[in-house]
Write a protein that binds this ligand. Structure first.
Ligand SMILES: *[C@@H]1O[C@H](CO)[C@@H](O)[C@H](O)[C@H]1NC(C)=O
Ligand SMILES: *[C@@H]1O[C@H](CO)[C@@H](O)[C@H](O)[C@H]1NC(C)=O
Ligand SMILES: *[C@@H]1O[C@H](CO)[C@@H](O)[C@H](O)[C@H]1NC(C)=O
Ligand SMILES: *[C@@H]1O[C@H](CO)[C@@H](O)[C@H](O)[C@H]1NC(C)=O
Ligand SMILES: *[C@@H]1O[C@H](CO)[C@@H](O)[C@H](O)[C@H]1NC(C)=O
Ligand SMILES: *[C@@H]1O[C@H](CO)[C@@H](O)[C@H](O)[C@H]1NC(C)=O
Ligand SMILES: *[C@@H]1O[C@H](CO)[C@@H](O)[C@H](O)[C@H]1NC(C)=O
Ligand SMILES: *[C@@H]1O[C@H](CO)[C@@H](O)[C@H](O)[C@H]1NC(C)=O
Ligand SMILES: *[C@@H]1O[C@H](CO)[C@@H](O)[C@H](O)[C@H]1NC(C)=O
Ligand SMILES: *[C@@H]1O[C@H](CO)[C@@H](O)[C@H](O)[C@H]1NC(C)=O
Length: 230
């Protein structure tokens, strides 16, 4: 092999290796660009482990952390119910969500309890149970939040209370109402009870509740990830 040929072939090989690396770096870079934090218009930035279903590739996050944007709001589907994400706290793995019906429906009526079975999410502390009673034949002797839109004249009432257990023992709701649905509501210590009592039912639902998530056990790749996308 003469010198000329030796150089050409080696430079060629080097070139191939180099472009290969460059391409790989480019595609890795492309991936990180594709996965850069996004928002829906309103609400928090969506980033790992969350990702936007219609705009980003699934490698940007984890399977059950896919979010859709609906009228510029980030929406998370949990057990077939839709929740608007009000905030995400990446540092302590928690997020504040509210039933989307509270925003979208004139008469929001959650019909089942929040079910987090087989999801990566768990209810966090700092909550009160807000109980909604549907189609009751009488009203309790107790201040309640009225659901006028889901009541029928003077025959069937729907109402809501905090701490269902505090209801008057003289009000056996099981006998008087058709169904009960519990909604968790985010509560901070020292919450202003006066302003809470002045809110209406829809405003209470919009307060939302805090969930925390169990991260896939990979804190080192998470660090690597956040370094890359900066
Ligand atoms: C989203 O991220 C961008 C860039 O990091 C930042 O400028 C912006 O303030 C963030 N928005 C919210 C709502 O946190
Ligand atoms: C996470 O941090 C945020 C902001 O500091 C706080 O509001 C929230 O309560 C925290 N979440 C949990 C589960 O403690
Ligand atoms: C919701 O949970 C409460 C208490 O656990 C239960 O009494 C009620 O029947 C449940 N409601 C529905 C619609 O499943
Ligand atoms: C939710 O909390 C319960 C009890 O603390 C625990 O057994 C369960 O594994 C948690 N689920 C998730 C997804 O973190
Ligand atoms: C989520 O919150 C529950 C209740 O406060 C707690 O038991 C659980 O350890 C938390 N999970 C994570 C992943 O922080
Ligand atoms: C309440 O009663 C009405 C009919 O009067 C019915 O259409 C509705 O489904 C009932 N709601 C619940 C939650 O049971
Ligand atoms: C109210 O009750 C009457 C009689 O049961 C029924 O015909 C009507 O559809 C109900 N209206 C609503 C809004 O549930
Ligand atoms: C509660 O909130 C109302 C209205 O926001 C305010 O006028 C009142 O001073 C507050 N009370 C306390 C004890 O903070
Ligand atoms: C609840 O209060 C909000 C704000 O004051 C108001 O816009 C809304 O119409 C009220 N809803 C009901 C059902 O009274
Ligand atoms: C994650 O994995 C490491 C080592 O593999 C282990 O020491 C640690 O306890 C795990 N953390 C959780 C939250 O499972």
């Amino acid at each position: 092999m003469d010198t000329q040929n030796f150089f050409t072939s080696h430079i060629c090989i080097l070139f191939i290796i180099f472009t290969n690396l460059a391409n790989r770096a480019l595609s890795v870079n492309q991936k990180f660009q594709d996965c850069a934090p996004h928002d829906c218009g309103n609400g928090p930035n969506i980033s790992y482990p969350f990702w936007i279903l219609d705009e980003q590739e699934s490698f940007c996050g984890y399977p059950r952390f896919g979010i859709t944007c609906n009228e510029q709001n980030p929406v998370l589907k949990i057990s077939n119910d839709e929740y608007i994400i009000k905030d995400i706290f990446y540092s302590n793995h928690s997020l504040l969500v509210a039933n989307a019906a509270a925003y979208w429906d004139a008469c929001p009526t959650p019909l089942h309890n929040v079910s987090l079975d087989r999801t990566p999410f768990n209810l966090s502390l700092y909550r009160s149970d807000f109980s909604i009673f549907y189609n009751c034949t009488s009203l309790p002797q107790y201040p309640t939040y009225g659901l006028d839109c889901a009541s029928n004249g003077t025959t069937l009432h729907s109402l809501a209370v905090f701490h269902e257990k505090a209801l008057d023992v003289n009000y056996p709701w099981e006998k008087r109402c058709q169904s009960l649905v519990d909604v968790p509501v985010h509560m901070l210590f020292g919450v202003n009870l006066t302003s809470l009592s002045q809110m209406n039912y829809t405003e209470i639902l919009k307060m939302g509740f805090l969930l925390n998530w169990t991260a896939p056990n990979c804190s080192s790749c998470e660090k690597w990830w956040t370094l890359w996308i900066r």
